[in-house]
Design a protein around this ligand. Sequence first.
Ligand SMILES: O=C(O)C[C@H](O)C(=O)O
Length: 461
Amino acid sequence: MKYRIEKDTMGEVQVPADKYWGAQTERSRNNFKIGPAASMPKEIIEGFAYLKKAAAYANYDLGVLPIEKRDAIAAVCDEILEGKLDDQFPLVIWQTGSGTQSNMNVNEVIANRAQVLKGFEIGEGEQFIKANDDVNKSQSSNDTFPTGMHIAAYKMVVETTIPGIEKLHATLAKKAAEFKDVVKIGRTHLMDATPLTLGQEISGYAAQLAFGLKALKNTLSHLSEIALGGTAVGTGLNTPKGYDVKVAEYIAKFTNHPFVTAENKFEALAAHDAIVETHGALKQLAVSLNKIANDVRMLASGPRSGIGEIHIPENEPGSSIMPGKVNPTQCEALTMVCAQVIGNDMAIAVGGMQGHYELNVFKPVMAANFLQSAQLLGDACVSFDEHCAQGIEPNHKRIKELVDNSLMLVTALNTKIGYYKAAEIAQTAHKNGTTLKEEAVRLGYVTPEDFDAWVKPEDMV
Ligand SMILES: O=C(O)C[C@H](O)C(=O)O
């Protein structure tokens, strides 16, 4: 491999000759060889591209950056957003907790690439544009990284998570309406209970997702606040007057999302409660989805020895050894995603509680876990919707068999003959392996005609 020499305040560093990054990125690459698979998420780099472009525009408007530099910075940011420089961001999340090295990685790439676009050779020195003085002007890692986090998190939630959950919600709401008259047995404590309709049961799932979506959307206003303009500790040192509001306006314009400057920059740097808050809603959704997927797989269990009240799509052979076996694989994938999201929530909570004085230094791990959860939930809902939920159908024969056999239909007799006599009927039928009607009549508590009139599953829902 060919190298060139780059310099920073600590001295010279050898950098791969064909890369745009500089000395500080290379130092991070050498000093943090921790899990190469844990790359800084692409969405964070894109967040940086938006904010560096916005900063260049705000700096120009406020008279602290010439127009040639603004346009050069913006041109490289656009290249980053188009994915043209994807191989220029090699750092991992296990680095400085402020994300300084990723901020500098972006600054170095933008400066070097801008120089090349201007006609200089890569590594010719900062002749036209400087990474710290120009690209990082009016900024610190301490306000850029949280801004990048919020841009990435907001976009992922609004563009991936919410649409995915809404799609599954729409299917469940449709199924709830479609199966509104399918009377089935209810279960509480996993034991037989009184009947309800399959539509009612599924409507509960749809309502869970509706509440989850509401909770998620409620957190968006906090997430739309950005830290940029706070610089090192929140005071805004080294920024021109009005910069924070203006830079937020540009970010809103470039991303098409309603970002605003954070009301309190000290909170925005020192704590990441907005990330904790929105991820709390993602956790709520994971809890709901886990319950829904578990119910679906148990209702679909069998085909001969399980509950088997619903059919779900048979998507692939389930077993390498048991011929003809088909498994509820979408439920398994979705519940694994839920486990991951709930684990991520703990990492985010631990990261969030660690703000010391003016700076939270768990930013990369919080951002990476958040983005993983938000993407996984959105994608898993689409997968579960298309390959499972849309194909849910009642197994009418099995549903009827279990309703007809149920001892808990006796509950309808409570108001006619009292709880104790009704319990005696159920217990005797269970012991003798007979039907409720047989025992009710034999014990002399109910006539056959009254039993038929009173114990009607369809009237019990
Ligand atoms: O990188 C910066 O801009 C600041 C750094 O995170 C620090 O506070 O030491």
